[in-house]
Design a protein around this ligand. Structure first.
Ligand SMILES: NC(=O)c1ccc[n+]([C@@H]2O[C@H](COP(=O)([O-])OP(=O)(O)OC[C@H]3O[C@@H](n4cnc5c(N)ncnc54)[C@H](OP(=O)(O)O)[C@@H]3O)[C@@H](O)[C@H]2O)c1
Length: 272
């Protein structure tokens, strides 16, 4: 190979990496909310791209099942860590355990909940549950692994937001506030940690069928409303989130930080 490259500049050689720049082999990725839905899909998809994965969630049994699926096809490492992200001490203990097992290159801040209610029905308890999981939990997880990444002078954090953090949806005001907060948090962390080559980006999905959304998608009228606002005319399939997340997690995006990429079938550009 090197013989063929004689006379090609060092700079041009870097253009010849091809798909290798998307490779995740040798990278260790933490996925929160990996027990089901999008987090499970991302853990499996990233492991299939060669990543070592650390699965985080509350349900140990469900995490063990995901771990078992990954072990069937992957030669990489896969471990599970129980954690309640509403509890900052639990996040600290989880991060300590994950880091005791090895360095972390990528954090996928995916865990999230929603309670769909109109503004007058919001209670301090429902506010607390959503904010503590989707925003506070995501922040303190980013802080714990971000510190480690800053020390190593390398890392990528991917926050799973929602189109609901960008446009007004019927999904509820607290969820919208949490996800908008997550997108703004993405920008500020990207700014603070950029000089250490730690990148922070977000992915904003539209509808994907998971335990969080299945009941809604099973309502024909609601589904029709969704599809009428989606240029691609269908809901997303879980594997369609893997590519965008691989982009942010891998060396394919080393000059991209602070961005939110909507994986939404075109929903957020739809004007009429
Ligand atoms: N599905 C969609 O269409 C859609 C669209 C836009 C954005 N999103 C976002 O994508 C993310 C994943 O959603 P999903 O649809 O996959 O939801 P899901 O099927 O309900 O899964 C949520 C995951 O989060 C974990 N989780 C929830 N609370 C937790 C806590 N306190 N501590 C630790 N883990 C916790 C759950 O694990 P345990 O219960 O085992 O702890 C589970 O693994 C969320 O942030 C959601 O807002 C989803």
């Amino acid at each position: 190979m090197d013989g063929h490259l004689a006379g090609i500049s060092q700079e041009d050689r870097r253009l010849l990496q091809g798909t290798a720049q998307f490779a995740l082999a040798g990278k260790r990725v933490v996925v929160t909310g990996a027990s089901r839905g999008i987090g499970r899909a991302l853990a499996i998809g990233l492991a299939a791209c060669g990543a070592d994965v650390a699965l985080v969630g509350r349900d140990r049994q469900a995490l063990a099942e995901v771990q078992e699926v990954i072990a069937r096809f992957s030669d990489g490492r896969v471990e599970s860590y129980a954690c309640d992200l509403r509890n900052v001490n639990s996040i600290g203990a989880m991060a300590e355990a994950v880091l005791a097992d090895g360095a972390v290159d990528v954090l996928i801040n995916n865990a999230g909940v929603n309670i769909r209610e109109s503004a007058f029905d919001v209670t301090p308890e429902s506010w607390q549950t959503i904010i503590d999981t989707d925003l506070r939990g995501a922040f303190f997880t980013a802080q714990a692994f971000g510190k480690h990444m800053v020390e190593r002078r390398i890392g990528s954090i991917v926050n799973i937001s929602s189109v609901g953090g960008h446009v007004a949806l019927r999904t509820g005001v607290v969820y919208a506030a949490a996800k908008a907060g997550l997108q703004q948090m993405t920008k500020v962390l990207a700014m603070e940690w950029g000089k250490y080559q730690v990148r922070v980006n977000a992915v904003g999905p539209w509808y994907f069928r998971t335990p969080l959304t299945a009941k809604l998608l099973d309502q024909p009228e609601y589904l029709a409303d969704i599809l009428a606002r989606t240029p691609l005319g269908r809901v997303g399939e879980l594997h369609e989130l893997v590519g965008p997340v691989v982009f942010f997690a891998s060396d394919a995006s080393t000059y991209v930080t602070g961005q939110t990429l909507f994986v939404d079938g075109g929903m957020t550009i739809f004007g009429f």
